[in-house]
Each structure stands twice: as C-alpha cells, then as structure tokens.
Design a protein around this ligand. Structure first.
Ligand SMILES: N[C@@H](CCC(=O)N[C@@H](CS)C(=O)NCC(=O)O)C(=O)O
Length: 255
C-alpha cells in the first residue's frame, strides 16, 4: 500500500495528494505536525521535508519527484505532457513555483499564521481532537524561531518579499491562462496543479483539503482579503471546482 506522509496545510503536500486523488491511487495518508515530523521523516529520507511517499519499492521525497513517479506508475490522467515542448514548459513553470515563488509566498503565510499560535495549531492539527490542537498551540511559540529560521523568515523584508512573490505568481497565472484557461496548452497539467496548489494557500477553496479552518483568524482573513479580487484567485477556485475532486483530506485508507 502506498503511504503519503504529509502536512495538512502546505502547497507541496497539496500537490502530491491532489495528484494521488486525480489519479485515484489507493493510499494511506499520515498527517504529521511541523516539528515532531522530523523524527519520522529523517530516518526515511535523511532530510526533513514533506511530502514523502512510501511504497513497496522504497521512498520518494519532493513533490516534483512524486508527480514524476505517479505519472509513470499511474499514467491516467497524465500530468506531464507527452509533447516535448509542452513538457519542457510545464516543468519549467513547476520549477519556478517550487524553487522560487512558493517558498517566498510561504514566508508571508507562515509569518501571518505564527502571529496567532492558536490558529497555526488549528491549521496544522486540522482534523485532530481539540485536546491535541490545544497542546500543540502551547508549543508553537517555542517552535516559532525554528520555523522562522527553517523557512527564511528573517524579518519584515522577507515578509514583504512574499507579497511581491504573491503578486508575481498571480499576475503570471492571470496572463498565461487568459487564452485557454490553462498554463500550458488547453489541458490541465502539472503546471496548473503546481500553481493552483500554491495559490490555494491564499485562495483557500472551500470544500477542499486546503479550506481554511473556521473561524478564520483576523490576520489570516486580512491576508486572504488582500488578494481575493485578483482574477488568478478566481482561476484557482475554478481549477479546484473543475479538477480537484476530493472535498476533504483524511488519515487512513482512501476509497
Ligand atoms: N521542494 C520540496 C519542498 C518541500 C517543503 O518545503 N516542504 C515543507 C512543507 S511546505 C516542509 O516539509 N517543511 C518542513 C521541513 O523541511 O522540515 C517539494 O517540492 O516537495
């Protein structure tokens, strides 16, 4: 059985589980909490990043590697285009998000969440008992310096740069999808999956695994409101409505 080790709310983890859902791959999901996750992930990969897939033949970490493996093992529907130039373009867009835009946007999102340890805990403990959420909220202030360091949140300039990256990502998506509704050609590819998973962190599509736990903390609501009227937020919601399928995340066997 395939197992996904994941964080509940994270763009890279959303990429991997969206691909699993889209391809109807039977699997188990194990949600880890930032911090304690290290003890689980490090022995498997030598690093600490999620998502990680465990399968009969081994371990795969990194969302791009996971999607490449899934496309080879479960080709339908294909996410990486067969045509050479479309494939190069889709993978280039994936890399731009994975390596540049997504981590910069994440600085701003995490900084906003860390301002409210209770809400940070609700986001990452989504689906867990209230007692776990309360216990985790108590350790968030202690873990905050490590989270900041690990995610490059070095100060106000890094947070502001996250807003710049959000604008760059939104404007890029709006411009590139104007003709066909998709980033590469006229079908849903890994480029759309990657961009929508990142922008879901700001758009928070309801009835999706990236929906914001309610009630939304005021600072996080303000962050969402800042970008809510951008046409690429509407595009993100449309991608979720058209292609996401699964309304909820889960721990345990998939159907
Ligand atoms: N390039 C990696 C990035 C993965 C990543 O940064 N994951 C974050 C969650 S958004 C994480 O697990 N951070 C905790 C850590 O690295 O210890 C991918 O595509 O999967």
């Amino acid at each position: 059985m395939i197992e996904l080790l994941q964080f509940r709310h994270s763009p890279y983890n959303e990429k991997a589980r969206w691909a699993l859902d889209l391809k109807h791959v039977p699997h188990l999901r194990r949600s880890l909490l930032p911090g304690p996750h290290m003890g689980v992930v490090k022995p498997l990969t030598g690093g600490t990043g999620t998502p990680v897939i465990r399968h009969d033949g081994g371990v795969i970490d990194g969302s791009a590697h996971i999607i490449e493996w899934l496309d080879a093992e479960f080709p339908q529907p294909r996410l990486i285009p067969a045509d050479d130039s479309a494939r190069d373009e889709a993978l280039r867009i994936q890399r731009r998000f994975d390596d540049d835009l997504t981590p910069r946007i994440r600085c701003t999102v995490l900084d906003t969440l860390l301002a409210n340890p209770g809400y940070f805990s609700r986001v990452f403990c989504d689906g867990r008992p209230r007692a776990v959420q309360i216990g985790y909220a108590m350790i968030v202030p202690l873990a905050a310096p490590l989270v900041r360091k690990g995610n490059g949140i070095t100060g106000a300039a890094a947070v502001e740069d996250g807003h710049t990256a959000a604008r760059q990502a939104l404007d890029f998506v709006a411009e590139r999808t104007a003709a066909t509704g998709y980033l590469v050609g006229d079908t849903f590819t890994v480029a759309d999956l990657t961009a929508a998973s990142t922008l879901a962190v700001l758009a928070r599509p309801t009835d999706s695994p990236m929906a914001a736990p309610q009630p939304v903390a005021p600072a996080f609501a303000a962050l969402m409101a800042r970008y809510a009227n951008h046409s690429a937020v509407a595009w993100t919601l449309a991608m979720y409505a058209r292609h996401r399928g699964a309304a909820k995340d889960f721990d345990g066997p998939s159907g």
